[in-house]
Design a protein around this ligand. Sequence first.
Ligand code: IPD
Ligand code: CA
Ligand code: CA
Length: 302
Amino acid sequence: MTESRSDPAADLIFVPNAAAIAREAGARLREFFAQGVETEYKGDVDLVTVADRTVEKLIRTRLSETFPDHGIYGEEGTRDRLDQEFRWYVDPLDGTTNFAHGIPHFCVSLGLEQRAPDLAPEQDGLIVAGVIYDPLLDELFCAERGRGATLNGRPIRASKVPHLAESLVATGFPSRKRHDNPNVHFYHEFTLRSHGVRRAGSAALDLAYVASGRFEAFWEFNLNPWDTAAGILLVEEAGGRISDFAGGPFKLDSREVLASNGLIHDELVGLFKDLFAGRDISPIPSPREFAEKRAARAEKVR
Ligand code: IPD
Ligand code: CA
Ligand code: CA
């Protein structure tokens, strides 16, 4: 007699509806991407398109129909029912710059936070569900707290690579206050110490890729809750680890996220510590020094 195994998806509370909403939103993004959209500026270099706004509106309508007593906090300005126990963080289009330039790498991200009634506004609740959908690859990443993470319905796990030296890692750069951001130094150091660093342009997909074992780690400065809420749960449910750069607890508004497969986490935290202290920085030739060497080489072959 074969024992009947229960379908893990049957126990999910929020993911099935959220996944349907993310798929519908992703289908709209696909249409906008195919037809091409005009780009506007939110700041100096922060891009926004009609797709970002239209899809946030669609997600807001669908979430309100499906979960009428849940709050919604969206990148494009939605602030609904934020006094409620549950709150969705919505990024209707993560990877707008890719989208606007015709690069097929972007997604929809929906993360659900559960907030105890007595929680202070600056305190985090618990992220209980997350859905990230890449509409062009038709890849749907889902997680619900305590029930694991999946890609298109199959369980995913973070990678088993034990050292940074054998890792492929990812980062991103903010579009606001770019001149104030030190990440290029970290980019260089991680490049020298790993198989490489990808700057693929969608933080939510970067996190989903850590959860699915494609990247060993991801870090970024100055992200917002709509970028990270869904992805951090995916990473944790896939057996990875999330923290700030010092290894302390991650906070939705802490502006530091370090995600990894767990195995290389301590090594990464140690590296951040050393680099922030100015230790172990590898010398890099200035463009001028490089130009002098280049000129000397050209002189020799003449
Ligand atoms: C951006 C992307 C990018 C990251 C930026 C984010 P957006 O989100 O996630 O990868 O480097 O910091 O702002 O603006 O495309 O939703
Ligand atoms: Ca984003
Ligand atoms: Ca966005």
